[in-house]
Design a protein around this ligand. Structure first.
Ligand code: MN
Length: 434
């Protein structure tokens, strides 16, 4: 037996970008669909990162369930290393074919269906809010299809360091057709219509394209991705698709019998839940409301501490960077000296004229040198608050100014001198109350 596949993906009619990704690896007989979420391009990166991690792990001989765990780690690590990607996540529905058996590993609300003859059977259970409500008998399938919170998922890759993975094992028969699809298909096209379209297109690529077209025709409100897998009974099957042979021949004009739709938990599918986390199993609890996000995290006490750890992982490096920046600015602000006038006399300051951010200049030395007695060029330099690279250079300047000052000791001129306060220097003035 061998698999012949086709795939199609489309942005749809509403979304700006396509955050879905799919994987078709014929060498590994590995197929997958991932539906990413997150701001800007994060969703796109999440789904692509998950598929890269999955393929790498399967290629190294990891089971598909463990490979989904590795994909989770890849997305988690990438999100932790980039604040722009924080909070990103993705669904992942992966199938690996080996020796007649298709093993499906699944997290999220993308789906796998099996078309066998006239029956379309859903193989996967959605990890979504509405699916939980259906399971509890609070919603019907029809109500769920139009529920405003139908896109909220309760399990996703990349939102925690570990993830529970549903694993399904299916022994394929020749003529079986399996599809993997994102919710952009299933939210727009009812299962019966999906079954009908699959039967109408023997070629897997044509079938994938036709499903994407149907979702777009119905509104295309989300990204749409479909991977179609056809099981060929013989290794060298000459037919383009065994699905064509599986469809019963009928007289021209005779309508095809309706596709029987079977919801999951029905037939011959082994369902196990695998936890990638070696720690003790965590109790499941109802999810808290968070309407704006596609992912709704189950409420668990441990998550609080994980969140704290995650926040610290972001905050601590930022604090270090900010601290180094402040130190650098402080060093710049204080690693200079300048001269200025204060009450008609030359003063040497440490710092920058006017100060830098929080660092105001401080007085190093108040001299007895009077403004009125300075040579013109020295007076101008002091007025312009000439800067020096060291305290010694500043004091040397003062010494030269003193040596060249006007020899007279007459101080009458200084009484008319007005001085401007040095900008940024903190001066305290006390005003007596009248
Ligand atoms: Mn989607």
């Amino acid at each position: 037996m061998r698999i012949v596949s086709g795939a199609s993906t489309d942005t749809g009619q509403v979304r700006e970008g396509n955050e879905d990704s799919y994987l078709v690896d014929r060498r590994l007989d590995l197929f997958a669909v991932a539906d990413g979420m997150g701001g800007h391009r994060a969703g796109e990166i999440a789904s692509a990162t998950a598929l890269d991690g999955l393929r790498l792990a399967v290629d190294e001989g990891t089971t598909v369930a463990d490979a989904v765990g590795r994909a989770n780690t890849a997305v988690w690590d990438k999100a932790a290393g980039d604040t722009e990607l924080a909070g990103m996540g993705t669904t992942l529905t992966a199938a690996v074919f080996d020796d007649g058996t298709l093993t499906i590993a699944h997290v999220g609300d993308s789906r796998a269906y099996l078309l066998r003859g006239d029956r379309l059977e859903r193989l996967t259970t959605d990890h979504s809010l509405v699916e939980e409500l259906i399971r509890d008998g609070k919603l019907t399938e029809e109500q769920a299809a139009v529920h405003p919170q139908r896109s909220i998922i309760t399990r996703a890759l990349g939102v925690d360091s570990s993830v529970e993975v549903d694993v399904y094992s299916l022994v394929l028969q020749g003529g079986d057709r399996v599809i993997l699809c994102s919710d952009g298909l299933t939210s727009m096209v009812r299962p019966a219509a999906i079954g009908t379209i699959l039967r109408e297109h023997p070629d897997p690529t044509a079938a994938a394209n036709a499903l994407v077209d149907a979702a777009n025709a119905a509104g295309g409100e989300d990204n749409i991705t479909v991977v179609v897998l056809d099981a060929h009974a013989e290794a060298k099957d000459p037919l383009p698709s065994s699905v064509a042979a599986a469809i019963r021949p009928r007289a021209p004009g005779t309508p095809a019998p309706p596709v029987e739709v079977v919801e999951p938990t029905a037939v011959g599918v082994v369902t196990t839940t695998t936890s990638m986390d070696a720690a003790a199993p965590e109790p499941q609890a109802p999810a808290p409301p968070r309407d704006t996000a596609r992912y709704r995290e189950p409420a668990r006490a441990r998550r609080g501490w994980r969140a704290v750890g995650r926040v610290l992982a972001f905050v601590v490096p930022i604090l270090v960077i900010v601290g180094v920046g402040i130190a650098a600015i402080g060093w710049y602000a204080r690693n200079s000296y300048f001269v200025g006038f204060e009450q008609g006399r030359v003063v040497v300051y440490q710092g920058r004229p006017g100060g830098v951010l929080l660092w105001d200049p401080t007085v190093v030395k108040r001299t007895t040198l009077q403004r009125a007695r300075l040579q013109d060029d020295f007076r101008q330099s002091v007025s312009e608050q000439k800067e020096f690279g060291s305290k010694a250079a500043a004091l040397a300047f003062v010494a030269r100014a003193r040596a060249q000052q006007t020899p007279t000791t007459t101080t009458t001129a200084s009484t008319t001198t007005t001085t401007a306060p040095v900008a940024g220097v903190t001066t305290t003035s006390v005003t007596a109350a009248p």
